[in-house]
Design a protein around this ligand. Sequence first.
Ligand code: SF4
Length: 330
Amino acid sequence: MITKEINFVESPEVHAPKTSKHMVQYGVWSDCCNSCDFCLRKNKETTTNEMKILYLETIRKNIALLDWKNQFSYGISLLGGELYYIRNKAVQNAFLRLIDDICEIVLTPDNPNAKYSTVSNGMYKPDFLFRVIDRIVEKCGISRVDMNFSYDLKYRYHSEKSRIRAEETINAFMDRYDYNCGIQMILTQNVINLWKDGKFDVVDFIEKKFPKGILTFLYPHPIAKPKKVLPDFNFKRRDLLEFLSYLRDRNFDCYMSFVQSTKNSGTFKYTGLRDKEMDNPNAYRETPILSDGKESIQTKCGHSTLYNCYADSNRCMLCDIIAHEGALTL
Ligand code: SF4
């Protein structure tokens, strides 16, 4: 059984990184086969197949220029939208060419910490996802894969059929590769309310839904152009603190992964081709930027304003998380 590891990105060092422990993330395209109520995509326009192939080819050229061993030894992260719901054969082939290059250039034997990290919603038949992962497994081994699926109890699925589809894909993945995937679920007030009403228990949830999964809660992010007000999305401060104490006592690993992922999210990541202008023939030369949209900072504590995510308070949630974790050692 392979258990995914969480790679923690080092603090931002804008001028001269002293460490190679960085990962480069690429937002490949924003197209998605679903329409979650809480989606944070700013651009929901459809990308043509020709443009998708151009994006993939540009990323291929870009990764060939980077020093993976000495600067980005934690590897590469490909993000969507949704990347594994590709029905067009030419786009599939372009994606697989990128995967081949990642295996040969990034996941090399002399760069042993490098991973292929990605997130999917799982709401599709996983044939193409399996082709991608099979390719990496064959060339580099499943230990080089950091696979995460997103899941939710209220805002993601518009039918029971789509929820079941996602659950089947996630569990099929874990069975196929004997691998513990990350299950990423936003910790919303809805989840906390279910817990307060005795309808959600973290241990029961994992055992029942994803017995081989590693559940990681994520904090609620700002929603891009919300179609409607989302009731019970952002949590109340007191409720979060009570839930944290429950989580710490009930499933310490899940508690720590929430704490660590929240803290980890506070550091800027290197983003490749952030300002990609694909009609520019030199776009592929763009070097990764230590910037990922968290640059707006709170004056009091220096944390990103993304952590102002309480429904009923303007306090910084990251400061509360750090204090809660710190209380453990007192
Ligand atoms: S799966 Fe992700 S990208 Fe797709 S609609 Fe939902 S939140 Fe947005």
